[in-house]
Design a protein around this ligand. Structure first.
Ligand SMILES: CC(C)(COP(=O)(O)OP(=O)(O)OC[C@H]1O[C@@H](n2cnc3c(N)ncnc32)[C@H](O)[C@@H]1OP(=O)(O)O)[C@@H](O)C(=O)NCCC(=O)NCCS
Length: 159
């Protein structure tokens, strides 16, 4: 079992099916359209294909997570979210760093992600990790007022 250190008294470990409820709740806090809890359980059961990195507190309660989907020498950052009151403390950066360092043991050399073009905080985080914009997808994200937001597709070469 691998662990990584994280700020705010947290540590990062692999996600497990038992984390499904917490991850669904954290995800719903961060995004307009949450994902069903059962989808999380299925992803968490398949660590080789969809590994999750979970920031845990001393009680082992998830306070943030990042989830990937691996496919050959590529992977996608499916989602990343940190509990609202713990944002801005470096937890998101630690989650991404844990994921990227773990990929060294896999064939993955390129990571992709999609992000709402108005999510400037997340975009800054990704640029710090070497992600660059490679495409845009208009009308990609539904918004609560019925309008849509454009997604940026970003890519990072992991070397
Ligand atoms: C995006 C998210 C995961 C970042 O997690 P976080 O723990 O708050 O981020 P960190 O504190 O690790 O920030 C790391 C870097 O990201 C950037 N950043 C993160 N949030 C930011 C914000 N709101 N404004 C500006 N920069 C921000 C900064 O560059 C920061 O580095 P710095 O401290 O050197 O300035 C978190 O804000 C979140 O859960 N948001 C809701 C869900 C979401 O939008 N996910 C991404 C969708 S693609």
């Amino acid at each position: 079992m691998s662990y990584w250190t994280a700020p705010a008294g947290l540590f990062i470990g692999y996600g497990e099916p038992a984390h499904a409820d917490h991850l669904a709740r954290l995800h719903a806090q961060g995004f307009y359209r949450g994902w069903p809890r059962d989808d999380f359980e299925a992803y968490l059961a398949d660590r080789l294909k969809t590994p999750a990195y979970v920031a845990l507190d001393a009680r082992r309660t998830p306070r943030g997570f990042a989830m990937l989907r691996l496919s050959g020498d590529e992977c996608e950052l499916l989602t990343i979210a940190v509990e609202k009151k713990l944002r801005g403390k470096g937890v998101g950066r630690a989650l991404l760093a844990a994921a990227v360092s773990d990929l060294v043991t896999t064939p993955v050399r390129t990571m992709f992600l999609e992000v709402d073009e108005t999510n400037l905080g997340a975009i800054k985080l990704y640029k710090n990790f070497g992600f660059t914009e490679i495409a845009t997808r208009r009308g990609y994200y539904p918004k609560p007022d019925g309008s849509t937001a454009t997604a940026l597709v970003m890519r990072a070469d992991l070397g």
